[in-house]
Every structure is written in structure tokens, then in C-alpha cells.
Design a protein around this ligand. Sequence first.
Ligand SMILES: *[C@@H]1O[C@H](CO)[C@@H](O)[C@H](O)[C@H]1NC(C)=O
Ligand SMILES: *[C@@H]1O[C@H](CO)[C@@H](O)[C@H](O)[C@H]1NC(C)=O
Ligand SMILES: *[C@@H]1O[C@H](CO)[C@@H](O)[C@H](O)[C@H]1NC(C)=O
Ligand SMILES: *[C@@H]1O[C@H](CO)[C@@H](O)[C@H](O)[C@H]1NC(C)=O
Ligand SMILES: [Zn+2]
Ligand SMILES: [Zn+2]
Length: 575
Amino acid sequence: MDNKSYITVAVVTLAAGLAAYAVYFDYRRRNDVEFRKKLKKEKKRVEKVVAQSKETELAASTSDITPAALREALKQVKAEEGPKTPEEKENYFMTQVNAGEQLALQGPKFYLPSALAFFRALRVYPAPVELIVIYEKTIIEPLIMELTQLDVKYRIEAYYDFFPPKRSNVSVELRPTSPGQPPRQVLVANKDFAAGEVIYKEFPVVTALDPDLQAKGTHCGHCLRPIQPGMSLQTPSDSSSSPFHLTYCSKACMLASKNQSHSLLFTLDPPLPQEIQTQPIPAAAQEARREAQAKFAEYIKTEGRLSPLLVARFIARQVAGETQKLVRATSPATAANAGDSENDFTDSEDVAEKYVLADHLERLRYLEIPPNKTEADLIKGVLSTALPGLEEFITEEKHATFSGKMAYNAFGVCFGGGRTDRPEPKGRPEDVEKTRTPYGTQGQVGSALYTVSSYLTHSCIPSARPSFSSGTAEMSIIANKDIKKGDILTIAFVDVNQHANETVVECRRRRRYEIARGWRFSCGCERCVEEGKDMTSEEKANVKDEQKDESKLEDTVKSYAQAQTFEQTDVDGTD
Ligand SMILES: *[C@@H]1O[C@H](CO)[C@@H](O)[C@H](O)[C@H]1NC(C)=O
Ligand SMILES: *[C@@H]1O[C@H](CO)[C@@H](O)[C@H](O)[C@H]1NC(C)=O
Ligand SMILES: *[C@@H]1O[C@H](CO)[C@@H](O)[C@H](O)[C@H]1NC(C)=O
Ligand SMILES: *[C@@H]1O[C@H](CO)[C@@H](O)[C@H](O)[C@H]1NC(C)=O
Ligand SMILES: [Zn+2]
Ligand SMILES: [Zn+2]
């Protein structure tokens, strides 16, 4: 790999992961003269070191350091306990940059220790782009780049060791699914389950209530639960200035909703926790915020689609989650509150410490959707008026990918057998949103995104089914039949039951049509193959049965897969 491409991978990964953190530091850089001065000074000093090393012709070679030595060194650095609070991080950063300079001056023997010191600094500094500029043209730059690349590779490769967490009873594995297709990631049972048993329960990352129910206020805007008459709650700001009304079933839901996204997206409350945001937002900025929110709320209402809300809430929750991690780090007393619940798999300590929500989303399949500038700009407007700088993380392309992820992975939350009073969707059939549910999207009360369950694949004879028996968007995955450890778990994305007025062939055609339209693949399950055998050649001719699958993986994710193959051939240290 050439330098440029791995710098890009490193920067993209770190930047996406540390979005909120970067915003915080960006804020410090803009507002804190001292911090800015310190950074400038460091850049000058590094430049001086470069000049000196040229003078003494120390520029010998850093290529003497073997990849094995580099890997070993990296392992050691990563085993070190890092600084926790923002203040500690800042001090640590300055100390390490300093040490790096001193060591670089002492000659080739000290290049590796020097690079390691710079690398330690790089690990805690949340704006790697800027730091890479500081290191540019220094003698140890190639070493730092290599370390960064290795680090990114390890973090990526280790992801599926941590996720899904052990207690979920499942893991993600690369398996061949249908003949002629490359292996893909599927969800596999980690132990035996009897028919009817709950395999795991999972809380959603984000939800969105169907617009008709939202308008009526009959269901909770957070957990989607039907609200008992007279028990509904609204936040004071919701009922007055907020352009987007939400009704909640409980105080807990209201708080969680505000915490995770509502405050940032639809209120004028401070977007950062008070521990971080010390200055009040100027009135003019609040006015801009109010306008952006009103426009977005209006768009959601007239569109009637849930995707814009899911996307905006996802980004907002990531920002909220990262800033709360910062607060927890500053005041350890509240650390015990970490984690919403044991069924929120993204929030367990191991996972939340190493990966952010964007890491989870990044790995999921998506449908290619044309970029929509109008919609991207509206979301951008809401986020950037709340936290200037956030707009950099939602380009038009990124927004399209996010929307495609929601389209491919969102589940329909259905209670009982699904509701029957959902208004017929408007618009062209190909624009109608579809969600994964064996009860049919028309039976849902809302849509929700789950991380682990996104890896469930479709089958028309599914081994498991989703259930919302707790009465909220918490989803239970239940075994349809006896399942053995190592078996692939499948669910039906659409209603696969043969209706009273359908023949076998009609049922087959209907479900395959829905799958093709909603998820853009041609089902190759046993049932489809078996039932296809009985079709006359004329019927077969009417169905294009080639094994197509148009769902995508992000290029970064694909290049990690390549990096893994590369890593395996590279164990003996030949680069
Ligand atoms: C995993 O399975 C056990 C029973 O085998 C169950 O008690 C536990 O709740 C399951 N985990 C989740 C996350 O549902
Ligand atoms: C988030 O919710 C918790 C309660 O679940 C609350 O104690 C905390 O203050 C909230 N944080 C913010 C920033 O609102
Ligand atoms: C974006 O989406 C809106 C609402 O669906 C639609 O009116 C508009 O034409 C779309 N714009 C583009 C460029 O696709
Ligand atoms: C079966 O009935 C449903 C309505 O109950 C209708 O929408 C569907 O088109 C019918 N299917 C066939 C094959 O006639
Ligand atoms: Zn609720
Ligand atoms: Zn099928």
C-alpha cells in the first residue's frame, strides 16, 4: 500500500470515530488562546529538529527497523494505560511530543522510540489530520505512518472479537451462503437453542415512530410502546418551542430520548453536557438553530418517510454518546451509570471503550441510493447550527450511504400480529420504505435500527423470528426450530406465509418480488429453490432467477478485508 492510501484509511477511521471529540477540541482550539499557542510552538520545535537532523546527516535510514520489531513495539504501546481526562490527555500529548523530539535528535538507534512517542501523542490527539501535518517531512514520518496503519488494522481486525458481546449468544462469521456467491457475514448461534426459546434480546440504536401514530400521540416517541390513556408525557420545550412534537410513555423514555438525540435535533437546549459547554450559546446562533430545526421538522412531516429521522437521530446519538463518554471520564463518580441496559450491545464497557456507533454502522451492508442534497442540507443545517464543525461529517455521499444503511437494515416494530390500520403509503411503489418484518411493513408502528440483528440474513424458511413481546422496540429473536451451536440464524424480511388466496407459485413470486424491491437480491433459500423446481418452463422464464445481490459494503470495509488477507501472507515479515 502506498503512503497516501493508508493515511486516508487512518484519517477516515479516526475522524469518523472521534467526531464528537474533534468538535470538542476544535472548540478549544478556537476559544483557548493558550492551547493554540502550545500547538504552534510544538510545530516550530519539530521543524527545528528536522533542520538539525538534516545538518548532522542523521537522515540515514529508518528502513532498518523490521516490521516485526514495529509490530512488537505497537503491541507494547497499546498495552499501556492511557490518560483518561481531557486535561490528562493534553498533558500526555505535550510530554510525548517533547520526548519524541529529544529522542529523534539522538540518532538512528532512537528513531523507533521517538516514533513511538509521537505515536502515543497521535493516539490521544483527536485531530490526526493536523498532527500528521506537524510530523510531515520529519525523519521519522514513515515510521509513524506505519505504526498508525498497523494500529488501524488491529483495531479493525479485533472488532468481531468484541462484537457482538459474548452475552448476546451469537457471533458474526464469514460463511458461504448460496452457491456461486462469495462468503458473507452472517449471524451464528453460539449454543444450542430449543424451538421457542429466546436466543437474544436487543435494544435498538435508534427508532422512529410511524407519522400517523406520532401525530395522534398514541405511542411513545422513544420506545414505540402504546401509551395508556392519560399517561402521556411531553417535555415542556416540546409543547412550546420545539418544532417536533414527541409524546412519551414515561419519564425514563423522555430523558433517554432527550439525551440521545432530541435535545440536539429539536430543542434549543445546550447541545453539549454542561461539564463541557461552559459558555451559553449567543442569541443569534440560537435563532439560526431554531430556523434549521423548523425546516427539518417541516420536511419530515411533509415527506412522511422515516429515513431522514433515523439518519439524523443516529448521528445525534453518536455525538451525544461520545460527549457523555468525555463527561464520564472527567467525573469518574458517574461512570457507574455507563450503559443503558444489558441488551444494548453497543454500550457494554469493552465495546463502548474501543468503538463508537459509527464503527458499527460502517460495517453494515447498504443499498445504493442517489444522493439527495435537499435532505442532506437540512440535516447538516440542524447539526451545524447546534455544533459548528459537525457539518464536515455529513457530506452528500455520506448521507446517501447512511440512508442506504437504514433502508437495508431497519426492522419494522410490530406488536402482536402487526397492526391493520396503517395508512396506505403514498408515492411510487419503488419509493415506499420497506422494513424487515415477517408481518409486513404495513403491520409496523415504527422503524428501528439494531446493530447485532442487522447481520441476520433472510430466508423464506427462517430459523428464527423477531418478537416484541416486551411491548416496546426491544426485540427478542426467537428460535423457530431447534438450533445447534454454529447454525446460521435467519429471519424472514417479508411475510413468507402462503395466503389463503395464493398458490405456491404466487406466494413465491410475491415474496421474491418484495425482497428484490426492498433489498435488491434474489432469494436463493432452499424453499425458493425447492418450489422453483415445480414451475413450468414458461413460469421460470418469467422470473429472472440469477443470484444477484446489489447490497454493498463500504470501500473502507472492503479494504480492511483485503488488509486482512494481506496480513496473513505477511506474517513472516516480508512486506
Ligand atoms: C443468552 O441466553 C441465555 C440463556 O441461554 C439467556 O439467559 C440470556 O438472556 C441470553 N442473552 C441475551 C442477551 O438475551
Ligand atoms: C442523561 O440521562 C441520565 C439519566 O438516564 C441523566 O442522569 C443525565 O443527566 C442525562 N444527561 C444529559 C446530558 O442530559
Ligand atoms: C430529495 O428528496 C425530496 C423528497 O423526497 C425530493 O422532493 C427531491 O426531489 C429529492 N432531490 C433529489 C435531488 O433527488
Ligand atoms: C390476496 O388477497 C389480498 C387482500 O386480502 C390481495 O391484496 C392480493 O392481491 C390477493 N392475492 C392474489 C394472488 O389474488
Ligand atoms: Zn417509552
Ligand atoms: Zn426464499
